[in-house]
Design a protein around this ligand. Structure first.
Ligand code: G3P
Length: 460
């Protein structure tokens, strides 16, 4: 079965002779999507859910070849690659269940509750699909973040055009193939491959698009300026702050700083990207973090190394630029900076100050700055002064203080005594300011990919 899957994906590429779609092909894809959506919207909700459950099962059944692609395409450690696919199967099933629950509910209103009206109008409203959803996931979760857009769109009766990331496209095609094997018509869910820089504008400004769900870098800001009047769901990265107070459990904080900062080599929007530690405990925290960093393995994703090569040379160069800037401006390096090609060894940079780029910019790599602060307010101020506002976390044994700090941090989510994370996938997930538009998570995504339609019965 796995061989058949790999063969069919290869056929997809060979039949095109090139892995990049032309504008004519894109036009045809949108035409087919529009036609398929009209039919799909008429398929009963329970049947749509049934098809999603099938796709979830197939995805899990084919986890091995998909995980193998993730290892080879985006250097995801083998264990994490398998978890990504399994998590995606669970996400699809949950979406099917949640879709049945929330899309079967409508609203019934009578008119005489509004001043000046008699009870002669009855309003029935329900949720209907938007049409064609353009889904653009990033390289770091080419399966999971694709599925988190595709499944809510499909259960709500939409068609989907998926633009997989250039690196991660093969894993994405495997995943789409599972949906097709589950019975979803090809026109209903299709893939447009090609470089974002070449085909991005054509896609996002295409008149056939009725909704855009994008996860990625600041390209999202450009998309939101160019897109026409369609609902947008955007997640554009973060600079998640980790505030560690004097009464924190420092072993717990250190474990979360390392897990949050270095898993998948820091290439997660929700990675810990700056540690704000109260001066009195900073030395102890830094030494605990360093002890854990020393145990991280560096190498190949096939061998399940903790730290693997970052996604591209330009990404590695960008990270190096941040490191050099911090060095020149007098930061303390806790480890020697080491890079071979795109492989960068984990680095903790202490005594970072606000004048350094590393204090504000997102490395998307295994490099983590520590800023020493005198008060929690200073940490909150640093967090709120950044244009990124995805998540953040605070470590303290005082729950009252934690809640007050969470209220004061102007960011999408604050985790108390744990590293930032998007999951579980049904939790609301949103970025403020330059980190995004709208809220994701299964329920919010289903709602976002629908519009309200009313019918009013006028009684004589
Ligand atoms: O980087 C994208 C963001 O969605 C991260 O997700 O699950 O690693 O917290 P997660």
């Amino acid at each position: 079965m796995e061989d058949i899957l790999v063969w069919e994906v290869c056929q997809h590429f060979e039949s095109r002779h090139s892995s990049a779609c032309t504008q004519e092909e894109v036009n045809k894809i949108f035409e087919s999507a529009k036609a398929a959506q009209k039919l799909w919207a008429k398929v009963p909700l329970w049947k749509r859910a049934e098809a999603l459950h099938k796709a979830a099962a197939l995805l899990k059944e084919h986890k091995a070849p998909m995980a193998e692609c993730l290892v080879k395409e985006v250097a995801k450690p083998a264990k994490d690659a398998v978890s990504e696919v399994v998590r995606s199967g669970d996400l699809i099933s949950y979406t099917a269940e949640e879709g049945v629950r929330i899309l079967s509910e409508g609203k019934f209103l009578v008119s005489d509750s509004f001043p000046g009206n008699e009870r002669n109008k009855l309003c029935l409203s329900s949720k209907i699909p938007l049409g064609v959803v353009l889904a653009i996931p990033p390289f770091n979760y080419p399966v999971n973040l694709a599925v988190s857009k595709i499944s809510p769109a499909l259960i709500a009766g939409n068609a989907v055009v998926l633009k997989p990331p250039t690196q991660g496209a093969v894993a994405g095609l495997h995943m789409v193939h599972c949906f097709h094997l589950a019975g979803f018509p090809k026109g209903l869910l299709s893939c447009v491959t090609g470089k974002g820089s070449e085909i991005g504008d054509f896609l996002t400004m295409h008149p056939g698009v009725n909704c855009i769900s994008f996860t990625g870098g600041d390209t999202g800001i450009a998309i939101s300026k160019k897109a026409s009047m369609v609902p947008l769901q955007m997640e554009l990265g973060g600079k998640d702050a980790c505030i560690v107070l004097e009464d924190a459990d420092l072993d717990l904080a250190a474990a979360n700083v390392v897990k949050g900062g270095y898993s998948y080599s820091g290439q997660r929007c929700t990675a810990v990207k700056v540690v704000l530690a109260i001066e009195s405990i900073a030395d102890e925290l830094v030494s605990k973090v360093n002890a854990k960093i020393a145990k991280l393995t560096v190498g190949l994703p096939e061998n399940n190394a903790d730290i693997t090569a970052v996604v591209s040379e330009s990404s590695a160069n960008f990270i190096e630029g941040l490191v050099e800037d911090a060095k020149e401006k007098g930061a303390t390096f806790c480890q020697e900076y080491r890079r071979e090609g795109n492989l960068i060894w984990p680095l903790l940079v202490d005594h970072v100050r606000p004048g350094m780029r590393l204090a504000w910019e997102e490395p998307f790599g295994p490099v983590l700055p520590v800023i020493r602060i005198s008060t929690a307010e200073e940490g909150i101020h640093h967090c709120n002064a950044n244009n990124f506002a995805l998540q953040g976390c605070v470590f303290t044994r005082d729950i009252n203080k934690a809640i007050l700090i969470s209220n004061a941090m102007e960011t999408g989510t604050v985790q108390i005594n744990s590293a930032p994370a998007r999951g579980p996938d049904h939790f609301p997930f949103q970025g403020l300011r330059d980190s995004g538009i709208g809220s994701q998570g299964i329920t919010n995504s289903i709602n976002m990919m629908t519009k309200v339609k009313s019918t009013v019965i006028n009684l004589p």
